[in-house]
Design a protein around this ligand. Structure first.
Ligand SMILES: Cc1ncc(COP(=O)(O)O)c(C=O)c1O
Length: 397
């Protein structure tokens, strides 16, 4: 007898398979030029250096790498991460760093720690889809914070806090997924100040900060966190490889202690082997050179996509100008139905993600998210040509 769905927990009621995901399943076909996924460029993965790192880990202490490890993470890696986040402007020591299975696990653990059914999470509008899913699993309600080309608007927060008593604000200040927008320094300072004044917990998700190919670096919101209300998450997914599933969180002591218990309950610890391989890779290779290769390639790919969009798209379409990261965000004419556009685009072997699902309230049908990191220049040129032609045909009716 099949399992009765009546047995499932009530939290499953909110979780629905996405229609977009169904359409996008076919985008793995090689003839489809896909700007849909959120994937880094595989040709920039440091495969040989990781192989050398893995060999050295197994040769020097293979048994240690294959043994259970500490829930907090492998201490040398935690020390390396502490130095890295200090360089980003975050005052942290190794004991503040919890190593996780990607930064996605941080979102799950944070959700588990804070959210009861019906609790409110403030988010940018639009925001990262899998964060919404992670928090939805705890039956959260989402309240969008007004957002513009400079990121979320901190001045809107006091009224939202008063009205909704949110458990936390979730934000992606650098090259946001999906829009590519970066929160300005002034807004980060204002956000940290307002959060401290109102006791607002801020979950700062920073997977893309190291992928800046233009402009000057801005410290994380956590840099201005004087009262310990900011939880800072980051990852090696975009700087080494996502398949390692290595991320981390820096959290105030009372939060750290509880995240650690939840981490133990979830999976005991992150892979001992992967952590040691990452540590060996990080210490055996010049990271500045490695990162520069990624930044240069992504900057060139953004420039090319930007140029192609200008050449190919109808004038009624506009798009963001991210200074780093992997995505840009296209706004079409008001009447555009991006889901219908995707269906027609797939027939012509090109794909993107319609923007609607990135809005917790599903309130925008005329947006497209385009990924530029995962396509070669040739495929960007050809894919943009196909998409532009289709948009012109639609505009002509
Ligand atoms: C904003 C954001 N947060 C978190 C993640 C999860 O990354 P990972 O779990 O690989 O570190 C992603 C992945 O694309 C992301 O875009």
């Amino acid at each position: 007898m099949p399992v009765s769905t009546a047995l499932f927990a009530s939290r499953m009621m909110q979780l629905r398979p996405s229609t977009i995901r169904e359409i996008l399943k076919i985008t793995v076909r090689p003839e489809i030029i896909s700007f849909a996924g959120g994937l880094p460029a595989p040709e920039l993965f440091p495969v040989e250096a990781v192989q050398r790192a893995a060999d050295s880990v197994l040769a020097s202490n293979g048994a240690g790498a294959l043994q259970y490890g500490e829930s907090e993470g492998y201490m040398p890696l935690r020390e390396w991460i502490a130095t890295e986040v200090q360089q980003r402007g975050v005052a942290a020591s190794a004991s503040d760093v919890l190593v996780t299975n990607g930064s996605q696990q941080v979102l799950d653990l944070v959700g588990k720690l804070f959210l009861n059914r019906g609790d409110v999470v403030l988010t940018e509008n639009p925001t990262y889809l899998a964060a919404v899913q992670a928090f939805q699993a705890f039956e959260a309600k989402f309240v969008p914070v007004p957002t513009d080309a400079c990121g979320l608007i901190p001045e809107a927060l006091p009224e939202l806090i008063r009205q909704h008593q949110p458990k936390f604000l979730y934000t992606i200040p650098n090259f946001q997924n999906p829009t590519g927008v970066t929160m300005t320094k002034e807004r980060r300072i204002a956000l940290a100040r307002i959060a401290a004044e109102h006791g607002l917990v801020v979950v700062e998700d920073d997977p893309y900060g190291k992928l800046r190919y233009r402009g000057t670096e801005i410290p994380p919101v956590k840099h201005w966190d004087e009262t310990g209300c900011v939880i800072y998450a980051s990852t090696f997914s975009k700087t080494i490889a996502p398949g390692l599933r290595l991320g981390w969180v820096v959290a105030p002591a009372e939060v750290f202690a509880r995240l650690l218990i939840l981490k133990q309950a979830a999976d005991l610890h992150t892979s001992s082997f992967d952590q040691r391989v990452a540590y060996a890779f990080l210490t055996q290779n010049d990271q500045a050179v490695h990162l520069e290769r990624i930044r240069r390639a992504y900057g060139e790919r953004f420039d090319l996509m930007n140029e192609c969009l200008r050449a190919e798209m109808p004038t009624s379409y506009t798009w963001t100008q991210p200074e780093g990261g992997m995505f840009l965000w296209v706004t079409g004419p008001k009447e555009l139905d991006a889901l219908a556009l995707l269906q027609r685009a797939v027939e012509r072997n090109v794909a993107f993600v319609p923007g609607r699902d990135f809005f917790p309230g599903h309130d925008g049908s005329n947006y497209l998210r385009l990924n530029f990191s995962n396509s070669t220049p040739e495929r960007i040129r050809e894919g943009m040509k196909r998409l532009g032609k289709l948009c012109h045909e639609l505009a002509a009716g």
